[in-house]
Design a protein around this ligand. Structure first.
Ligand code: PLP
Length: 359
């Protein structure tokens, strides 16, 4: 027998309460049975996003949320700032280009957080910039960007929105959408929300809804206005992923019972323990300034391939962590401490790494 441990930055483990809820017989999404699910999810997502606005749920992975954040709020030819400090920052550029939106790239060396003054400078020189697109936690490098400072730049501008990919940050660190003035806040189901992959969530501010009325990029399935109009009637535009919604309702109950402050404190503690744990036997954390509390990228020791660490963790100990992506392939391996995670996950990850490197 080999016990399996899922310690990758998504999909993350799903609590048994959620699995059991999803195992119940399917119900019809237009029947009265589903209305309480929608109502609970609507209320709890507002709580989680710390917003008074509706949070839209679409069937698709996190990238569907990223795509919707371009297609719903931009027109072809519009200029946006795309902060690119890793694999997911790069994705903003690709999506923008696919829709004819013009990205002004702020390239950030992998391992670093964005220098907010560079963004401030670009914004001050060009009043026509319509959006700033950023990751709250860049999963490929294990680095966080300073969202509060970026929000301070965009909130005074009537026609510039801040779009935050919080796919590995929402439910991990504090991102109060309304209080900070985040305009579009995106996450996915398979990370801190503790349900299987398949849903994307998008919170939209009043300012962003105003911009939506003039945004001309093509959209149909991911038309967020249509989704919102239906949600206000406790309904969905299309057939929702009923089973995932039922799992979501259950996981949101668990999150509410724990409370936001405790959720953030738990992630901060687990992240710090992971960083200190690997440093304790001489390894280096890849993040140079603001490390992510969701995932730790660890620099592979000289002469040891990070992919081999990943492979040996799996094969010898049943631990599924993650390797490096693109330019970091072989150079780092990544340990997640996000979602349904506690101190024993950190102990498992850190001691697994130690055993792989020393035996
Ligand atoms: N953005 C970030 C920060 C991510 O971590 C991921 C996935 O890991 C994505 C975007 C893409 O999400 P998905 O693979 O669910 O489309």
């Amino acid at each position: 027998m080999k016990k399996q441990y899922l310690l990758a930055p998504g999909p993350t483990p799903v609590p048994p309460e959620v699995l059991l809820a999803m195992a119940k017989p399917i119900i019809h999404h237009r029947s009265p049975d589903f209305i309480p699910v929608i109502q609970q999810v609507r209320a709890d997502l507002k709580w989680l996003f710390q917003t008074s606005q509706e949070v839209l749920t679409v069937a698709g992975s996190g990238t569907a949320g990223m795509e919707a954040s371009i297609s719903n709020f931009m027109s072809p030819g519009d200029k946006i700032i795309a902060i690119n400090g890793g694999k997911f920052g790069e994705r903003w550029l690709k999506i923008a280009q696919a829709f004819g939106v013009v990205p002004i790239e702020v390239k950030v060396e992998w391992g670093n957080s964005v220098d907010v003054s560079v963004v401030a400078d670009l914004l001050s020189k060009d009043p026509s910039i319509r959006g700033v697109y950023v990751q709250a936690s860049e999963t490929s490098t294990g680095v966080a960007h300073d969202i509060q400072k970026l929000a301070a730049l965009t909130r005074e501008r009537e026609n510039t929105i801040l779009v935050v990919d919080a796919i590995t940050a929402l439910g991990v660190i504090n991102l109060p959408m309304d209080a900070w003035g985040i305009d579009v806040l995106i996450t996915g189901s398979q990370k801190a929300l503790m349900i299987p992959p398949g849903l994307a969530f998008i919170g939209v501010s009043e300012k962003a809804w105003k911009l939506q009325t003039t945004a001309k990029c093509p959209r149909f399935y991911l038309d967020l206005k249509r989704e919102k109009d239906n949600l206000l009637k406790d309904s969905n535009a299309w057939t929702p992923a009923v089973t995932l919604w039922i799992g979501l309702a259950e996981s949101l109950k668990l999150m509410r019972a724990e409370g936001l402050d405790k959720i953030f404190a738990r992630h901060a503690r687990l992240a710090q323990a992971t960083r200190e744990g690997v440093r304790g036997f001489g390894l280096e954390v890849f993040a140079k300034n603001i490390p992510s509390d969701a995932v730790t990228a660890v620099v592979s020791p000289q002469g040891i391939d990070g992919q081999a660490v990943y492979k040996n963790l799996r094969e010898q100990y049943g631990i599924t962590a993650a390797g490096g992506q693109d330019q970091l392939k072989g150079k780092v391996f990544r340990l997640s401490h996000m979602g349904y995670a506690d101190v024993f996950d950190v102990i498992t990850a850190v001691s697994g790494v130690e055993m792989v490197l020393t035996r």
